[in-house]
Design a binder for this molecule. Structure first.
Ligand SMILES: NC(=O)c1ccc[n+]([C@@H]2O[C@H](COP(=O)([O-])OP(=O)(O)OC[C@H]3O[C@@H](n4cnc5c(N)ncnc54)[C@H](OP(=O)(O)O)[C@@H]3O)[C@@H](O)[C@H]2O)c1
Length: 205
């Protein structure tokens, strides 16, 4: 499956290595343009190519978005319209400015901004270092990457990708409620955990 990536920083580049390692061709993009990605593409090897954000969105059946949440308005709407969009973005007011979420989760705003896109919130709670180092074939040691969304088929496709890269997916629910369960400050945020630990942490208090 072709995968597009928007954002070539800590999460985008780390995920790109995992996706290429699992055999998925990747087109990766950033804000500075494809020529700035030569070094990373060299590291990733022949499975990866550099693109613009619109080009990455066009390339991927699935597109990982890993840019600062404050920039989500820049995402290429038309090209993302029919895609499974993995939203890895977290809202940090100190970095992103005060965005009025109107009581909604950041991923609901992203979905609203991308008509037709099948948005799945995932890759939000694990830091890039853990993502880059803790992938494993051993089912008992696999750490959890959470998924949330309103499109069950899209969520299942992202869960399968997560399994392929050496983690295990746990569904936290809809983009609204499940998205909230993954936000900064939640019991599962930035706490590497196995599936039993994750299910325990998600139990209502
Ligand atoms: N770091 C983590 O451990 C972690 C974990 C989970 C989730 N997240 C979330 O994932 C997102 C990315 O975090 P990060 O740590 O990977 O950030 P980062 O290292 O600062 O990288 C951000 C990337 O986004 C690109 N970018 C910025 N504005 C853009 C735009 N308008 N269009 C296209 N690309 C744009 C940047 O392009 P340039 O390279 O050209 O500047 C850069 O490649 C954030 O929302 C963060 O909250 C991060």
């Amino acid at each position: 499956m072709n995968i597009g990536i928007i954002g070539s920083g800590r999460i985008g580049a780390t995920a790109a290595k995992l996706f290429v390692g699992a055999g998925h061709p990747v087109a990766i993009s950033n804000s500075r343009g494809p020529e700035s990605l030569n070094g990373l593409i060299g590291e990733l090897g022949p499975g990866a190519r550099a693109a613009t954000p619109a080009g990455a969105a066009e390339f991927g059946e699935m597109v990982l978005v890993a840019i600062p949440f404050g920039r989500y308005g820049d995402l290429p709407k038309a090209e993302l319209g029919s895609r499974i969009v993995i939203d890895a973005m977290n809202h940090y007011a100190a970095r992103d400015g005060e965005v009025d979420l109107g009581g909604r989760t950041s991923s609901e705003l992203v979905a609203e901004a991308l008509p037709g896109a099948r948005v799945v919130k995932a890759f939000n709670t694990m830091n890039s270092h853990t993502l880059g180092t803790e992938s494993t074939e051993d089912p008992d040691r696999r750490l959890v990457l959470f998924v949330a969304g309103d499109d069950e088929e899209a969520k299942a496709a992202v869960a399968e990708l997560i399994r392929e890269i050496g983690f295990v997916a746990v569904d936290t629910g809809s983009l609204a409620e499940g998205g909230r369960r993954q936000e900064p400050g939640s019991p599962v945020y930035n706490k590497p955990m196995t599936e039993p630990e994750a299910r325990e942490a998600l139990k209502p208090a």
